[in-house]
Design a protein around this ligand. Structure first.
Ligand code: DGT
Ligand code: CA
Ligand code: CA
Ligand code: ZN
Length: 585
């Protein structure tokens, strides 16, 4: 059994024990062990089976857990888990994923109404039976119904970063097969959607069919969903991500990339337009209806051009104005990863980061950046050991000295300052004024009424030191929606005040979402793209932020951290509202 699977058994049991309101100490020890095992570099099962080794060597694994691991390796489950599953059905675990519902409520719903599944829960809410239970009410019923809707929308979807990693792994494997020419990912992954439903991989070359054999027999393949001459579909890895692999003739590759990249809505318009021109477009090529002669298909660009369009970057293919722009020749020149010159949001060991300032600076310099800002947390985040005024001032001084003494790139002193419930900043203005760059973020009181949340932001925007709104909507992909507020009003005020909106590149955030990026740009907003790195490897997430910016139609001139160091510094020093040279569109 693999580590991830063992970790899942432990954490699921902890979830069920939480529903049963069992001893918190026991629950925590299962959770800790699950976390340790999930990221342990060796196979735990090998250690358990090896008489020369002891799992208790691993820190975080005590005697109790060692016995559990032994049992898991012998019979695939353990007594505690069996007991819990006798008490509650496995489907109760699904209920925990619904926002607004905690383990105590799930236990109550189970006892009083026999709620076992999401469908049961929905029925109880619709019949207004939830409001009669202790400490629940009509408002919670509505909230749970919204939670169910969000859960159903996200079920079976995966983070873009996970899709990218899996695709890269398979692309490397397929490319190494002799006789395979091109291997590329299409679908929502290529369009850079924040979550993906499945992977679509296209392969050409004389040995293209080998890729189908390879995926079907892959050690990580859990189940073969379908296998034909040109296509194989499998359920891949412990996460059971669906992977579709298609083998194609060389001359169809462009047409197939176009077709399988989608989106469906984009393709429908393109195909309709082809028909108007006496052409038919499918995954094999672009053909003249009369005589069925191929007129394009080898390259994607050829397909678009033959139909009168400029080639359209995949991130824009959502039928939201890109087709019209491609006909008119007015597509924007979208920002690229190589244009990013610095990263403006990251944490260090001063608060909850795992690397020091110098380690972050070295790693950022290795990425080719010219500058970074270190933005640790402020004191309201006591759990993260956030900075108070005194530490803020000392930090600003320390950074000035370090820059003078020599660093591998320019480091700016910053802070991710909490925006308090009333919209005031967590740190006094005179201390903030010592810093080069202040990000304001909401990390608490997510459940305010929309009007109160809007006022909170509007109040924060009055702070003279605030330069950037960090992860503005607070959403966590597949976990938590944005807190409700009047985004348009906040964006308009941010634009007026010259406060930039962050595109947080952390794969579980991607916040601002691309649709709001586009809306905010139209309101005159400008942006930063930053990783919110808590360790050096997170700096590599910049690409996902850039993808989100591209899906929001941004150009480099919309983004502060594309500026050269000297220009960037000039912007930081100026306190004027217009922070970037205007672009004219
Ligand atoms: P996903 O996987 O849910 O994140 O989204 P997509 O866009 O990757 O969707 P998927 O995997 O079902 O199909 C990939 C692309 O193939 C899709 O964007 C457009 C194209 N496609 C697939 N099936 C159809 C279809 O029945 N009609 C049309 N017009 N296009 C299709
Ligand atoms: Ca797909
Ligand atoms: Ca697919
Ligand atoms: Zn934050």
């Amino acid at each position: 059994m693999e580590n991830k699977e063992i970790a899942r058994l432990l954490s699921e049991t902890a979830d069920l024990m939480e529903i049963a309101a069992e001893d918190g100490f026991r629950i925590r020890s299962y959770r800790n062990a699950a976390a340790v095992i999930a990221s342990y570099p060796e196979r735990i099962a090998d250690i358990v089976c090896n008489p020369e080794r002891r799992v208790t060597e691993i820190s975080g694994i005590g005697k109790g857990i060692a016995a559990v691991l032994d049992e898991i390796c012998r019979r695939g489950t353990f007594e505690r888990r069996d007991e819990m599953l006798a008490k509650y059905p496995a489907s109760a675990l699904e209920l925990l994923k619904i926002q607004g519902l905690g383990p105590k409520s799930i236990a109550l719903l189970y006892e009083h109404h026999g709620v076992k599944t999401v469908d049961d829960l929905e029925r109880i809410c619709r019949e207004h039976k939830l409001r009669d239970l202790p400490r629940m009410g009509a408002k919670l019923e509505e909230k749970v119904l919204r939670g169910i809707e969000a859960y159903r929308k996200s079920a079976g979807r995966f983070l873009l970063s996970f899709g990218r990693r899996t695709a890269d792994e398979l692309i490397a494997e397929f490319s190494a097969i002799p006789g395979i020419e091109k291997v590329e990912a299409a679908g929502s992954l290529r369009r850079g959607r924040e979550t993906i439903g499945d992977l679509d991989i296209l392969v050409t070359g004389p040995a293209a069919a080998e890729a189908l054999t390879r995926i079907v027999n892959h050690p990580k393949t859990q189940e073969v969903l379908g296998q034909g001459v040109n296509k194989a579909s499998v359920s891949f890895g412990l996460e059971r991500l669906q992977v579709d692999v298609r083998a194609l003739p060389h001359e169809s590759f462009g047409a197939a990339m176009q077709y399988f990249t989608g989106s469906k809505e984009h393709n429908v318009v393109l195909r309709t337009n082809a028909i108007k021109q006496g052409l038919t477009l499918n995954e094999y090529g672009l053909f003249a209806i009369e005589g069925n002669q191929r007129v394009a298909g080898e390259s994607e660009e050829g397909v678009y051009n033959r139909l009168g369009y400029a080639w359209i970057p995949p991130e824009l293919r959502e039928n939201s104005g890109e087709l019209e722009a491609a006909l008119a020749g007015t597509l924007p020149k979208l920002v690229e990863l190589s244009e990013i010159r610095g990263d403006l949001h990251m944490h260090t060991t001063e608060t909850d980061g795992k690397a020091t300032l110098r380690e972050m600076a070295d790693a950022a310099a290795a990425l080719g950046y010219e500058y970074i800002a270190i933005t640790d947390h402020s004191k309201a985040l006591a759990m993260a050991n956030g900075l108070n005024e005194e530490r803020v001032v000392a930090f600003a001084r320390q950074v000035r000295e370090l820059n003078r003494a020599g660093l591998p790139l320019r480091v700016f002193s910053g802070l991710e300052c909490d925006i308090m419930r009333d919209g005031s900043m967590d740190i006094a203005e005179d201390a903030l004024a010592e810093l080069d760059l202040v990000i304001g973020s909401v990390h608490s009181y997510f459940n305010l009424e929309p009007a109160e949340m809007t006022d909170r932001f509007l109040h924060a925007l009055e702070s003279p030191s605030l330069r950037i709104l960090g992860h503005p909507t607070g959403r966590l992909l597949l976990q938590r929606d944005s807190y409700p507020f009047d985004f348009d009003r906040v964006a308009a005020q941010a634009a007026a005040r010259g406060v930039l909106l962050e595109i947080n590149a952390s794969p579980e955030r991607l916040d601002l979402p691309s649709s709001l990026v586009r809306a905010a740009r139209q309101k005159g907003c400008r942006f930063t793209i930053s990783t919110d790195a808590h360790r050096t490897s997170h700096l590599n997430n910049m690409r996902f932020g850039v993808t989100t910016a591209r899906r929001g139609w941004l150009q480099s001139s919309d983004i502060l951290n594309t500026l050269l160091l000297a220009e960037f510094e000039a912007v930081l020093r100026s306190r004027s509202a217009s922070l970037l040279p205007s672009t004219g569109n």
